[in-house]
Ligand binder design. Structure first.
Ligand SMILES: [Zn+2]
Length: 241
């Protein structure tokens, strides 16, 4: 599971300072009470930027690894969020997607570039659209585009800044901005919003979990704690029971 490493460094600075050595994860996310054998588990390499390593931990009881991804790096894509932002920004400013593709990757034939670009553009625009809905008081008036969000926040580089603003929701947002698990249906459920093992819930329920988490976070920010005592509703097919 990837978790956020709050870090204001650029990708180059992260490598030159070997910042993964200072990344810390004090408690096991699965067993914060301890006693599970949770411990540092080295660091794995990423090919870009060259020399990048990501700090990793392992929980023997949960059979899970946890890695801390710094704000400057893209999730599940090589390279940095700044590089992703450059691609998506170029598409937003171009006359057409095809025109942007020819300039961005002249080394690849157009169908391949289209897939390469669409993956980035669609994921980032989907994340911005979700954040508009989750934070309407902040982004409700913005088009779900990098340029509009960056202008609204007054920042030159948007995506690393959004990691901080969207921190409570990163596990629900798709990579490369978010840390939603591969093939995720709304992210790993938190301790306060669990659904028990069983058939996957409908997509609408995944979204409901996002908004319940949002309400809990808002409540905690306002000094109130909303007890979540019910588990998620489950569906059962009587024909196959
Ligand atoms: Zn553990």
């Amino acid at each position: 599971m990837q978790l956020r490493f709050e870090c204001s460094l650029t990708g180059e600075e992260y490598v030159t300072q070997e910042a993964w050595r200072s990344a810390t994860l004090e408690r096991c996310p699965l067993h914060p009470e301890g006693g599970c054998g949770f411990a540092r588990h080295g660091a794995y390499r990423r090919c870009s930027p060259p020399g990048t390593r990501i700090a990793r931990w392992y929980c023997p009881r949960g059979h899970r690894t946890f890695s801390l991804l710094p704000d400057c790096l893209a999730a599940r894509l090589p390279g940095t969020l700044a590089e992703v932002e450059a691609v998506v920004g170029a598409v937003e400013r171009a006359k057409s997607l095809e025109a942007a593709c020819v300039r961005l990757r002249p080394d690849i034939e157009l169908p391949g570039v289209l897939r390469w670009v669409r993956r980035r553009v669609q994921a980032i625009h989907a994340s911005l659209n979700t954040l508009k809905g989750l934070l309407p008081e902040r982004f409700g008036g913005c088009q779900p585009r990098l340029g509009a969000f960056a202008e609204h926040l007054g920042v030159a580089m948007l995506l690393p800044a959004l990691c901080a603003i969207a921190a409570p929701y990163l596990r629900f947002l798709p990579a490369p901005l978010g840390l939603r698990p591969r093939g995720g249906r709304g992210g790993e459920p938190g301790r306060t919003v669990q659904h028990s093992a069983g058939p996957d819930p409908p997509a609408v329920l995944a979204w409901l979990l996002v908004f319940i988490t949002h309400l809990v976070n808002r409540g905690e920010q306002n000094g109130c704690r909303i007890p979540i005592t019910t588990t998620a509703t489950r569906w059962r097919c009587s024909a196959t029971a």
